[in-house]
Unconditional design. Sequence first.
Length: 140
Amino acid sequence: MGRQRVRTRSGRVRASGQEDIMRIVPLLVFATAGGAALAGCAAHPEPIVDMQGVDPVALAADWEDCEGYAAEVRPARGVARGAVAGAAVGAAAGAISGDADRGAGYGGIAGAARSGVYADRTRQAVFKRCLRGRGYRVLN
């Protein structure tokens, strides 16, 4: 069984069917890994705590507990979902212009990055809410 070739609107000849999917998979893996790395690098929350009347030893213990809660936010899962959703939207948009592969790649990267940033914000919010719930004045 030979490979099927399809001519795009721009005149390019490309493979069709399963080969299209095999071209998208490495882009999705790259987008997922890149988004997870982005979320992991930016995910360490550093709130500014008003130290007036605060016991530093108690703060250190509460800080560690709150970091544990914030670590429960799993950016990799959201990044993977964002990459897949972005790739689907990108492929659909790319199909209109005749290059679904490129659209899927760009969409996957954008979806992963956006989801990574969202996961980072969520992690920071959990961390700050935890400190506030323990009576600390978080200034940022």
